[in-house]
Design a protein around this ligand. Structure first.
Ligand code: ATP
Ligand code: 9VF
Ligand code: MG
Length: 458
């Protein structure tokens, strides 16, 4: 048994290409990359598609049906017959079907698609894969080549298709799954937008600027085009004026603020000894321990900044005058389950002071000055955590902006610390979420999908 042929093999065997509109073209040449195949037709078109045996293109080539022949390709009768007769298949080989995900919506075969000459083709499943490569390629990439543009034009995707196509695979960042250009658009009487249209619109909205349930909204194509235009203008404005990433800018702002308050900036390693986690009192059976990304050589990606700051306090205390005031801003990593306020890769600022003046009053005042400087409102609540015991939680509504602590705590002994201290850890992406009223914390995070809250597939 052999797998159903890759598209590449079908192109080679058939020596012709069928456009989305079922026009038969001659294949002049083709190039193959890891995932794609780029076909140059005899008439001079360039088409880039997924080199997938499950694509609609592959299905079309397994079929023997076409609507018309491209007159510019000047196909010989022999080439057309070869495509129709399909006598090049090896009769000794059974081409098996690749398994198809059951849950995926099935698309009914297009007109003109009929029974196929091979056993495999007869049981060909309804396609769920994007038919053309541009549906799987980020739109920016597609637009970067004239070839892809001409393909898009030649295959004349509808507005809905081309915009759905602009959404790329998002699994890595726990985003909505990629939308398939071939997905049937089934709009129920009640719902104005299909699920995939809704996802696209939600991605294009930055906060809750529009209520997608408002029955008076314009049709999808119009709304989508408006939002794309708006987001493009915003990106152009950023490029023209500030050119700053909001996360980087916030980091710089916080850094300058804390330096102005007498804190010295630390930049330590993101990869830390796993032992530090244990010394923070986070035993193997504790939830936070399970959230740690470990490497295979006794290290881990830091889930917090405190361990190294402990070491700095101990060392600087021998050198610098009391009180010691230090801070670090940088990436932290925790395995998190989905949530609109949790990232697996986030940015923490942890500032702390050890020695004279380490009182709760000073801690609360510093937090107040910090958030007033950032223009973010807050409430203070008491809480408990397993690492420090009692904490001073800084909240914005239900969202925890920071856990702050008034030391000393018993754990200090394990780090060689014997003075009172105060400290607070804030997540920068949560600060951005509040400041910009983002529905999801990903908008302001390290990401290839969003730039300053703006979806990058425009
Ligand atoms: P939560 O209970 O919300 O998960 P936490 O109590 O585990 O947070 P801390 O260990 O107190 O968080 O970390 C200090 C701050 O770092 C939090 O108040 C929050 O602003 C931020 N933070 C923690 N975990 C994350 C995360 N996964 N994504 C984004 N920010 C985070
Ligand atoms: C409060 C948040 C242990 C003396 C070097 C500084 C603090 C910050 C809590 C952080 C954590 N602690 N994610 O300690 O400032 O450590 O859980 Si220090
Ligand atoms: Mg906390």
């Amino acid at each position: 048994m052999a797998d159903r042929p890759m598209l590449e093999r079908l192109v080679k065997l058939n020596d012709v290409w069928l456009s989305r509109k079922d026009v038969l073209h001659g294949v002049k040449s083709y190039d193959v990359s890891t995932k794609k195949i780029r076909i140059h037709t005899d008439c001079g078109e360039v088409i880039t598609v997924n080199n997938s045996r499950r694509s609609a293109s592959a299905r079309a080539l397994r079929n023997s049906k076409y609507r018309k022949v491209c007159k510019h390709c000047k196909l010989s009768g022999e080439r057309i017959n070869r495509f129709v007769a399909k006598d090049f298949y090896d009769p000794g080989v059974t081409y098996v079907e690749a398994p198809v995900k059951k849950s995926a919506p099935k698309k009914v075969m297009k007109k003109g698609a009929g029974p196929q000459p091979t056993a495999a083709a007869q049981t060909a499943p309804a396609e769920t894969q994007p038919a053309a490569a541009e549906s799987a390629v980020p739109s920016s990439a597609a637009q970067s080549t004239a070839a892809a543009q001409s393909t898009a034009a030649a295959q004349s995707t509808t507005a809905a298709q081309s915009t759905a196509a602009a959404t790329q695979p998002l699994a890595a960042e726990q985003q909505p799954p990629a939308q398939k250009s071939e997905e049937p658009v089934t709009v129920s009487a009640k719902e104005k937008f299909s699920p995939s249209q809704r996802k696209r619109l939600e991605a294009l909205l930055i906060s809750d600027e529009i209520d997608l349930d408002d029955p008076n909204l314009p049709p999808y194509e119009e709304l989508e085009a408006d939002l794309v235009a708006k987001r493009k203008a915003e990106l152009a404005d950023i490029y023209e004026n500030s050119r700053e990433h909001m996360l980087a800018e916030l980091e710089r702002d916080i850094s300058a603020f804390l330096i102005s308050k007498g804190f010295i900036e630390i930049k330590s390693s993101i990869l830390i000894p796993e032992e530090y986690i244990v010394r923070m009192g986070i035993d193997k059976d504790v939830e936070l321990s399970k959230q740690v990304f470990r490497t295979d050589d006794g290290k881990c990606l830091r889930p917090m900044l405190a361990p190294v700051l402990y070491n700095y306090l101990r060392r600087f205390d021998k050198v610098l005058p009391d009180p010691i005031k230090i801070f670090e801003i940088g990436p932290c990593y925790r395995k998190e389950s989905d949530g609109s306020s949790h990232l697996e890769e986030f940015t923490m600022v942890n500032f702390c002071q050890m020695g004279d003046g380490s009182t709760r009053e000073n801690l609360v005042q510093l937090i107040d000055e910090f958030l007033t400087h950032l223009g973010i409102s807050y409430e203070i609540e008491g809480d408990e955590c397993m690492v420090y015991g009692a904490t001073v939680d800084v909240m914005h509504g239900d969202l925890e902006l920071s856990s702050a602590v008034v030391g000393p705590v018993p754990m200090d002994m394990d780090w060689g610390i014997d003075k009172p201290w105060i400290g607070a850890g804030f997540g920068l992406e949560r600060l951005l979420k509040v400041r910009h009223n983002f529905k999801n914390i990903k908008r302001g995070s390290r990401s290839e999908y969003y730039y300053n809250g703006i979806h990058t597939n425009l």
